[in-house]
Design a protein around this ligand. Sequence first.
Ligand code: CTP
Length: 443
Amino acid sequence: MSDYMFMLESHMRPQQFAIVQLVQAAAEQAGLNVYLSGGAMRDMLGGFPLQDVDFTVEGSPAKLVKQLAAKNGAVVLAEDALRKSWELRFPSGVVSGIGMAHEARYARPGAKPQVKPATIHEDLRGRDFTINAIALSLNRASRGLLIDPTNGQGDLEAREIRTTGNYTLYDDPSRILRMLRLKTRLGFEVSPRTQSQYENVREAKLELKITPEQLYHELRAMADEPNPGLLIETLEREGLLTLFAPSITGAKLNLPGHEKLLKLRQMVPFGAEFHSENLGLFLFVLTEKLSAKERAGLVKFLGIPKADLATMTKLDAASKKLEATLKSAKLNRASLVYQTLLTAPGEQILYLAYKSAQRLVQDRIKKHLTQYLPGVIEITDQEVSNWCGLAPEDEKFPQKRKDYILGRLDGRIRKPAPEPVPEPEPQPPGRMLRQPSAARAPR
Ligand code: CTP
């Protein structure tokens, strides 16, 4: 196995690596060359948490996508017919982009490009930033070969954002938003030449060529950023937020709201069983301080699809039942709060922690996130095994583990005392310092 394939396996979640294997096998069967590319490579090589698993195929991936949907239960989230690229969600929850390697020619800045199929090298050279223009071959003959025609690896090391060419931001001005998003997320510097390209594009007011569709694409991406509030602040400072909605300025930026949501998210312990859909919560906080008219204007201008909008508008009603359960006097044990919240949708939990006027509801959620979940993560199978006398492979073990967790949360089962560290056997003074005779340096 090449070093990069090994790196891939150790950096990805098992569900993500399973998708790499699945797509690799399906492409091979279809006789297509496939590469892991874009954000997935940047995040893996840069040591950042890997979000989506993106693939590029030489030739049209249309049939491959159809097959992944029919045979493997992948759901198509979005399709770009021009570039022949699809965004899929697999049953394991992994989101993956599959696109055709292509070359795009722009007649004018911001114009709809002419797209034609290309090789992976040509495709990478036409991408936005060098750190996004790296691919890894998943093909039998060259599996594990890194393709990095613009030295993206060097820029990852130097922590620098650099365009792949001198017209990158002119061709597609929406890339200025991507640049600021990447810069905010990764904390990288923009290279001086890219910065001056950015300034020239702004001087020419090319940001006005960004289409509402591209703006909404960015807004959706913002929802999944680790710190959306910081990005909003950056866009405001750069005078770019008004592109999305002229009404979002001053107090209507709702920076305290974004900060509050960020703090709540940060309470979720790493490795906990917790999943939340970000879009609805983000849209809620983004538009919280707008009037109904301003909100409707934003939705219309960006053409927010109904299904996406519903993730925001239905949040309040959808959380009511959970709120009622959480304030009930019946929920008088930690284990009951834990069980209720373990199966509740994460976005409802965070919404209630953000918005509920009920003190009890807020307290119970915060205890769940900051005490119960971290406590449960620490419980090892060995500990459960010592308590119940069953091996983890035993079919009754999962139920015993659940009983143990609930017992521990309610204090019915005590935390075991830490295993005593064996004392080193007493040695005659000086003996431990002596080296074994064979290893002694010759005199
Ligand atoms: N891309 C581009 N110009 C754009 C949009 C995308 O060159 N206007 C390229 C980028 O190199 C990117 C790839 O297409 O890596 C896939 O796009 P997308 O999935 O939107 O980007 P990711 O890098 O995967 O995602 P993100 O930046 O949101 O983590």
